[in-house]
Design a binder for this molecule. Structure first.
Ligand SMILES: [Zn+2]
Length: 258
């Protein structure tokens, strides 16, 4: 019996990016706006967040905006107050202390920025991803300030792991060295996959196209295929973090999937 009872889709902002960032060879002239999604699970063991969006201060503070975006030749994301994590949780009727677990798909800033708002959570990350985030000279997509609070209660794992009945972590490396996804089971929706950045868009899965950037192309393609196998074998619903079309038809919080 699954412990997961509801899934809320949180729209945490938009990134404006060349299509090639999401779709390998997709063209630099085609600049698209892609959502940043996170997911809140209601479970018998408290609320669980899968990814947390970005820290809005990175966008609003001119010094941080320069350091984390302009210096890399990137445009800063668009984050309106309605996209921020705590107001969205409040709309659903829950307080930060109600969240007991955070699962980070990987260590890029558009997934880690809300951690600082959730002081009493267990944070699930793959050991390999922790190493990637904390190595010297990390990838520019890692904002160390999101992750280096010594009070963070890390639960570092190595490979697949069952957190509770109906909520399992799947090792899906390739986009980054320790990327992970989640497989959940909902009472009415049935099986579902939260795929982080294994593929930014459904096209990455439907056509088995690599994302624009991967730390390991071979592993990234194997992870796309692993997700596809589960999706097809179990008829799992796909929750794809950055798909610009999918977000238009998804139920957004405070609406939910059960
Ligand atoms: Zn990423």
């Amino acid at each position: 019996m699954s412990a997961v009872t509801k899934l809320y889709v949180l729209l945490c902002g938009y990134e404006v990016l060349p299509r090639s960032v999401s779709i390998r060879g997709g063209g630099d002239r085609f600049v698209m706006s892609v959502p940043i999604s996170a997911y809140l699970l209601e479970t018998h063991q408290g609320y669980v967040l899968f990814d947390t969006g970005l820290d809005p201060v990175l966008v609003r503070d001119p010094v941080l905006r320069q350091r984390h975006f302009a210096d890399h030749g990137w445009e800063a994301p668009v984050v309106w107050p309605q996209h921020e994590l705590l107001p969205q949780l409040k709309t659903i009727g829950i307080a930060p202390d109600d969240v007991s677990h955070v699962i980070l798909s990987h260590a890029h800033f558009d997934h880690t920025g809300g951690l600082k708002d959730l002081p009493h959570v267990k944070v699930w990350l793959q050991q390999a991803e922790h190493h990637y985030a904390f190595k010297e000279a990390p990838h520019p997509g890692v904002v160390r300030a999101d992750l280096d609070d010594p009070a963070i209660d890390w639960r570092l794992i190595d490979g697949d792991y069952d957190i509770m009945p109906g909520l399992s972590l799947l090792s899906t490396p390739g986009h980054t060295p320790g990327h992970q996804s989640a497989r959940i089971t909902l009472p009415n929706t049935g099986p579902a996959l939260l795929v982080g950045d294994v593929g930014d868009w459904m096209a990455n899965f439907d056509q088995e196209i690599l994302p624009g950037e991967a730390s390991d192309d071979t592993a990234a393609l194997a992870s796309i295929r692993r997700i596809n196998r589960i999706r097809h074998d179990e008829g799992a619903m796909m929750f794809v973090c950055h798909d610009p079309d999918l977000i238009q038809s998804q139920r957004l919080a405070p609406d939910y999937y059960d």
